[in-house]
Design a protein around this ligand. Structure first.
Ligand SMILES: N[C@@H](CCC(=O)N[C@@H](CS)C(=O)NCC(=O)O)C(=O)O
Length: 202
C-alpha cells in the first residue's frame, strides 16, 4: 500500500504513526495536493491528504477511516479497543479531540497567511480558544496516567501527539507545556518512540 501525504500535515502524521506502530508495510510518498502533477485529487475526490492507496488501487480516506482500517489489519498492537464499547468510544473521542485541535490550528494558520487587513480576528480567537479548552480537557483526562486510555498505547496517544507536534510547528509561542506539565511529561515520553522519531524525520 502507498500513503500519500506531506511532512507537515498532522492528519498524515497520525496515520503514519498508526502504520509504523503496527509495522504495516507501506510506501510513504510526499505528494502536496496543490502541486502540479499531484495524484491526490485523482485518487481522493476531496483532494486531501492523507490518502491511502491499497494494492488493488482502492483509496482509503480520511484519517479516522485510514486509522480504523489499518488497525483491523493486525492486533499488534490493537490501537482501538476491540470489545469494550466504552473504552472504544473514549479512544475515538480522544481522536476527535486531537483532530479538532488540528482543524482549529489549520484555520488559525490559514488566517495568518492572509494579508493582515483581511484576517478575521474573531475567527482566529474562536479557534485559538477552542484549542486552549481542548488542551485543558486533554490534560484533565490524562491526569498522571502513562497513556491516554487503557494500559498501553492506543490511537488516542498517536492522535494527541500528532496534534501537539503540529502546535509546536505552527504555534510555537503557545506555552502548552507550561500550562499542562502532565501533558508535557507524557509528550516527552511519547517523543522517544521510534515511530514518532521516524514520522518527525520526514
Ligand atoms: N479530516 C481530514 C482532514 C484532511 C485535511 O484537511 N488535509 C489537508 C492537509 S493538512 C489537505 O489535504 N488539504 C487540501 C489542500 O491542502 O489542498 C482527515 O482527517 O484526513
Amino acid at each position: 500500500m502507498k500513503l500519500l501525504g506531506t511532512n507537515t500535515s498532522p492528519y498524515v502524521r497520525k496515520v503514519r504513526l498508526v502504520l509504523l506502530e503496527k509495522n504495516i508495510p507501506h510506501t510513504y510518498l510526499v505528494d502536496p495536493p496543490r502541486e502540479p502533477g499531484s495524484q491526490v485529487a485523482r485518487v481522493n475526490p476531496l483532494g486531501r491528504i492523507p490518502a491511502l492507496i491499497l494494492d488493488d488501487d482502492t483509496c482509503v480516506f480520511d484519517s479516522p477511516v485510514i486509522a480504523e482500517y489499518a488497525d483491523t489489519l493486525n492486533d499488534t498492537p490493537a490501537l482501538i479497543p476491540r470489545t469494550d464499547a466504552l473504552a472504544r468510544m473514549r479512544v475515538r473521542r480522544w481522536e476527535a479531540l486531537a483532530d479538532g485541535i488540528m482543524d482549529s490550528a489549520v484555520v488559525v494558520r490559514t488566517e495568518s497567511l492572509r494579508p493582515a487587513d483581511k484576517q478575521e480576528a474573531n475567527n482566529i480567537s474562536l479557534h485559538n480558544n477552542a484549542i486552549t479548552r481542548a488542551l485543558s480537557y486533554a490534560a484533565d483526562q490524562l491526569g498522571p496516567r502513562e497513556w491516554c486510555e487503557c494500559s498501553s498505547i492506543t490511537l488516542a496517544d498517536l492522535a494527541l501527539v500528532s496534534a501537539l507536534i503540529y502546535l509546536d510547528l505552527r504555534q510555537a509561542e503557545r506555552d502548552w507545556r507550561g500550562a499542562h506539565p502532565n501533558l508535557a511529561a507524557w509528550f516527552a515520553r511519547l517523543s522517544e518512540r521510534a515511530s514518532v522519531r521516524t514520522a518527525l524525520a520526514g
